[in-house]
Write a protein that binds this ligand. Structure first.
Ligand SMILES: [Mn+2]
Length: 411
């Protein structure tokens, strides 16, 4: 909960804690606009009532009259029940209020995604002839990064670069991105707006998964998710597998295995997403390609989960195999997760974790283009616009990964 202007006033001028300052500001606000019942409600929640809150209540009374106040107080007591009042405590009231508000915001967010997906699905079906259509879904989430949070700002930069006038809209293998049957867009999950309401990560991950399922609800739309940091791949892969009703094979391009049991205590860390993925029955084979920053725990976790890791130090030996992959047979299909830092920093400097010795852009395209398999969904994550060059070179690189992946998914 944030009240950016008034809180600072109360904290700095009156030396109150953040919590007390927030509640004091609310009492003051409600008293001033005549909602004495509401003012009293917050007034009761303040553990140590201060002179400011008393002043606010008295001013509210003077302003809005004793009669109105009594009417509101009576209706407030009637609503709550007299017997309930002695047991009223801040935590109880706040949790219920908060929960209701959060649910409304989440519902509204999902409604927007649902209606956009419906519209795009109807449009593509009306055009006819598409078996699979890549559908952009932005997840501007950066707070599960262990180092920098810039990936929260990536989705609009990637969209801008996809449609940048400096290049045409045809992919390397000849797909036309302007054709809605190839690529469409349902917008972003409003991550900051949801978090601003105090929604925790457990629930937030469910909202991301629900959003993915809403896209998949509309045949022939298939989700192509724009990160965001890599923590989003867990709810996305989980949702894809749940919606398809079985496991998928995952091709994961990254400098890092992202499989810590928890990183700095955060089970939803971007460095732990593939541990979460592998704990469920969502994935049959996980192939990790481009790995060059791995600890003993990263190797032990890979062994525990049966992950096939292809490290950069042996890439010249493995490349023939990796450039001729055949995946997804006997399961629900292939999911491709591309961390932009799988590329060498020479190709993609705009990432949080600069790790030399990576793949070239052409290496990645060779792996993608030659892959045989039904790609059911994918993500491109970890572009950090705050580390990019002034002309947005890495955004252009991420956008081309998205374009070529869109072409791979659509058919
Ligand atoms: Mn990475």
């Amino acid at each position: 909960m944030n009240s950016p202007i008034s809180n600072h006033h109360y904290i700095e001028r009156h030396n109150l804690s953040l919590d007390v300052a927030l509640r004091t500001a609310l009492v003051d606000m409600y008293a001033k606009c005549g909602n004495i019942a509401r003012a009293l409600q917050f007034f009761q929640d303040i553990p140590q009532r201060n002179c400011l809150t008393w002043t606010a209540i008295i001013c509210g009374l003077a302003l809005h009259g004793i009669t109105g106040m009594l009417v509101m107080l009576m209706s407030f007591i009637a609503r709550r029940g007299i017997h309930y009042m002695p047991r009223l405590d801040a935590a109880k009231v706040s949790a219920a209020l908060l929960e209701k508000g959060q649910s409304r915001v989440i519902d509204a967010s999902l409604t927007l995604i649902r209606e956009r997906a419906k519209l795009k699905g109807e449009l593509v079906r009306a055009l006819g002839g598409a078996e699979a259509t890549s559908t952009l879904l932005g997840v501007p989430l950066g707070h599960n990064s262990s180092f920098l949070q810039g990936p929260a700002f990536a989705p609009p930069r990637i969209r801008e670069a996809i449609w940048c006038g400096s290049t045409n809209s045809t992919t390397e293998e000849g797909k036309e991105l302007q054709d809605a049957r190839v690529l469409t867009d349902v917008g972003d999950v409003p991550i900051q707006e949801i978090r601003d309401c105090g929604v925790d990560d457990h629930r937030l991950m469910n909202v991301i998964g629900e959003s993915v399922k809403l896209v998949m609800e509309e045949d022939p739309l298939r989700p192509l998710v724009l990160g965001g940091d890599h923590s989003i791949s867990f709810p996305v892969i989980r949702a894809v597998s749940e919606k398809l009703g079985g496991p998928v094979d995952v091709l994961h391009l990254d400098a890092h295995p992202d499989n810590y049991d928890a990183f700095e205590g955060n089970i939803y860390s971007h460095a732990s997403s593939f541990a979460r993925v592998m704990e469920g029955d969502y994935v049959r084979r996980l192939l990790q390609v481009g790995i060059r920053s791995i600890t003993a725990e990263g190797r032990a976790q890979a062994k525990k989960f049966g992950v096939e890791q292809y490290e950069m130090r042996t890439f010249s030996r493995d490349r023939h195999f990796l450039e001729n992959l055949k995946l997804g047979e006997g399961v629900k299909g292939v999911y491709i997760s591309i961390d932009v830092d799988c590329l060498d920093p020479a190709f993609a400097p705009g990432v949080s974790h600069l790790e030399p010795g990576g793949l070239s852009f052409r290496d990645v395209l060779n792996i993608l283009h030659n892959l045989q398999g039904d790609v059911v969904a994918g993500d491109v994550v970890e572009l950090n616009p705050q580390r990019d060059t002034v002309d947005g070179m890495t955004a252009m690189v991420a956008a081309k990964l998205v374009r070529e992946l869109a072409a791979k998914i659509s058919k």
